[in-house]
Design a protein around this ligand. Structure first.
Ligand code: NI
Length: 209
């Protein structure tokens, strides 16, 4: 979809008005770099608990899991609203982090509506990123390593956490999508913008990021 959607009229996109005989979740089409929806600033959600937002989130989770992604932002499924889903499972966390410090490095499947990020300290970390909207490529991106974030879930409850490592990275990557920013725009060194098929030259075989 190339025309901007408002929160009240994207029901047709998310399937909210679909035949109730087929109420199951849907895998949505993912926008790729170059689509205008990825470059614009997304709009705040007026009511995080609205049924059409729950439907959107359910479809985003289904789409993210199907695509084997760690996170997905609503603009990536052509919906310009401030909604992201992500997870930071234990196996993605830096293995050198001690057990006692691991909590901030991981997150269960999380929904964040109208998220806000605060940088806790200015130290940055470089990490390889991929994006479902930039398929087949990886890039080395420096980001703040320690953040605090907050947003709302689909019950309208506040979610507030601190995050480090991969957890901090995935949240910042997804929230960048809400401001029309893709990770290549965060890169400082374009010699570290590579095809996934060449990733073995640069990093251990650690699967999708
Ligand atoms: Ni992305």
């Amino acid at each position: 979809m190339s025309t901007p959607a408002k929160s009240r009229d994207f029901g047709a996109l998310t399937g909210a008005g679909r035949d109730p005989i087929f109420p199951s979740m849907a895998i949505l089409k993912i926008a790729r770099m170059g689509h205008p929806v990825l470059a614009r600033k997304a709009e705040p959600v007026v009511n995080p608990a609205a049924p059409e937002i729950r439907r959107l989130v359910a479809d985003m989770v289904e789409t993210m899991i199907d695509a084997n992604g760690a996170g997905l932002a609503a603009p990536q499924v052509h919906v310009p609203l401030r909604v992201v889903v992500f997870q930071a499972p234990d196996e993605r966390a830096d293995p050198n982090v001690e057990a006692a410090e691991r909590f901030d490095h991981t997150a269960p499947l999380t929904i964040l509506i109208n998220p806000e990020i605060e940088i806790v300290d200015q130290s940055v970390e470089a990490g390889w990123e991929g994006c479902l909207s930039v398929p087949g490529l990886r890039g080395l991106v420096e980001r703040p390593a320690h953040i605090r974030y907050r947003g709302f879930d689909t019950e309208g409850r506040l979610v507030a956490r601190t995050a480090k490592g991969f957890h901090a990275r995935v949240v910042q990557h997804e929230c960048d999508h809400l401001d029309g920013i893709l990770y290549p725009q965060r890169m400082r060194d374009m010699t570290k913008f590579i095809f996934e098929s060449e990733a073995r030259h640069w990093m251990p075989a650690d699967g999708e990021q």
